[in-house]
Design a protein around this ligand. Structure first.
Ligand code: GLU
Length: 453
């Protein structure tokens, strides 16, 4: 149950209460709305006209939700049925933009939470992108390439009519990488007779951007470096615990290692591995092989490199300076937060979207350690998607140096926007409040400019 009394502004509390009464089962969506509303109370107190314009009621209602049946045939020639969705959440700042998740946990509520987070994340990038998210309750693990292709084709057959370079531009997310984007794009092209920038995360040779695969993890690391610098520190010698072993974790491991830090854990649905020497060199390449193996497990890393494997456990009991959860929402709970604090962890950076539960977040906030919310720290992925859109529009391919330089600038600006917004509302150093306030103001003002639509 969401506790609306934590919201000091009467207008925000009443909008949350009515949302909770109407859709009590959409718990992750309510969690993310509550977290944003708590932060923006001082802004609402100072800007009473938002209530007259019903900005919050409009902000929590997706502009459109498309849901459809996805029918496909498996390798044994059996018909399978899944549910597919696209949540087109807010187009105040640009066409809908956000990833596609193929995971058993996907439903309308979880995609609403992800698209709501995306609204503020995309606003923080400073690029002209509205927000959206899509996906299906399809688990790609252990599926053959042919099955994945047939699934992607069927999913796109329904979706194609709703997307386009000026309408809605999906990308990847959990369970959707370069292979899936390729299959989705192929089907989009076949149905529409258009070769355009309707998807991002494409492979380099046919319209993708350099550094898009690395972008989320690199951006997380750049954000962390700014947090460290604000406290007179750097990454050199820092022990970093990472969860997950997918695209975000991979980018984090690469960049943290390059910048002198030591990533000592990875995790999967089967447990975690602890590599005290740090994940570097060939071990990083092995992460990619593990993912392509399609097993959805990290034990093979322990077997290959002779390090310890801890079945069915999360990595947060391992002493570290920095924790970067990169797996899935609500993966780090209150007891994990206490273990991190007891072991002296001083930085928690969300690589995934909302991986820290609300109670864990409260524990970290009470301890006043440095915390970066996903909507700020992991915005590098969608930011480079924005740069991919720019390259597609102009027909040019940027160098890796240019993409990296732009990504660094965007992450620095996001860090500074969060820090400045936090300062303005007397919550200095609170990046969570700063991210919500800075993102909200940009979206709300654009909504007002465009009238009651
Ligand atoms: N799925 C990523 C995210 O959560 C990337 C979205 C995109 O590139 O559009 O931000």
């Amino acid at each position: 149950m969401i506790n609306a009394t934590a919201i000091s502004n009467r207008y925000a509390a009443s909008v949350l209460a009515s949302l909770e009464a109407r859709i009590p089962w959409e718990t992750e969506f309510l969690q993310s709305v509550k977290e944003v509303f708590e932060s923006i109370c001082p802004v609402l107190d100072q800007t009473p006209q938002y209530e007259g314009l019903r900005i919050l009621e409009r902000l929590v209602e997706p502009e459109r939700v498309v849901s459809f049946r996805v029918l496909w045939t498996d390798d044994r020639n059996k018909i399978q049925v899944n549910r597919g969705y696209r949540v087109q959440f807010n187009s105040a700042l640009g066409p809908y933009k956000g990833g596609t998740r193929f995971h058993a946990s996907v439903n309308e509520g979880s995609l609403k939470f992800l698209a709501f987070e995306q609204t503020f994340k995309n606003a923080l990038t400073g690029l002209p992108m509205g927000s959206g998210k899509g996906g299906a309750d399809f688990a790609p693990a252990a599926k053959s390439d042919d099955e994945i292709m047939r699934f992607c084709q069927s999913y796109m057959t329904e979706l194609a009519q709703y997307i386009g370079p000026e309408t809605d531009i999906p990308a990847g997310d959990v369970g959707v990488g370069g292979r899936e984007i390729g299959f989705l794009f192929g089907q989009y092209k076949r149905l529409t007779h258009r070769f355009n920038g309707s998807l991002t995360g494409k492979n380099l040779s046919w319209g993708g951007s350099r550094l898009r695969p690395e972008a989320t993890g690199y951006g997380v690391t750049y954000f962390l470096e700014h947090m460290l610098a604000a406290r007179g520190e750097d990454l050199e010698g820092k022990r970093v615990c990472v969860s997950g072993f997918g695209n975000v974790a991979w980018g984090v491991v690469k960049k943290v290692t390059e910048r002198g830090g030591r990533v000592i854990t990875l995790s999967g649905p089967d447990g975690y591995v602890h590599d005290p020497d740090g994940i570097c060199g060939d071990k990083i390449a092995f992460m990619l092989r593990m993912r392509r193996g399609g097993l959805d497990a990290v034990k093979p890393y322990a077997d290959e490199f002779g390090v310890s494997f801890h079945a069915n456990q999360r990595p947060w009991r391992v002493p570290c300076d920095v924790a970067i959860p990169c797996a899935i929402q609500n993966e780090l709970d209150e007891s994990d937060a206490h273990h991190l604090l007891e072991n002296g962890c001083r930085y928690v950076v969300e690589g995934a979207n909302m991986p820290v539960t609300d109670r864990a977040f409260d524990a970290l906030r009470t301890a006043k350690i440095a915390f970066a919310p996903g909507k700020a720290a992991n915005a590098g992925g969608v930011a480079v998607s924005g740069l991919e859109m720019t390259q597609n529009r102009t027909g040019l391919a940027w160098t890796a140096e240019r993409v990296d330089e732009t990504l660094r600038r965007i992450m620095r600006e996001i860090h500074d926007a969060c820090a400045n917004a936090a300062d303005r509302y007397s919550t200095a150093g609170d990046y969570a409040t700063g991210a919500n306030v800075a993102g909200f103001v940009r979206v709300a003002e654009a909504m007002i400019d465009q009238g009651a639509v």
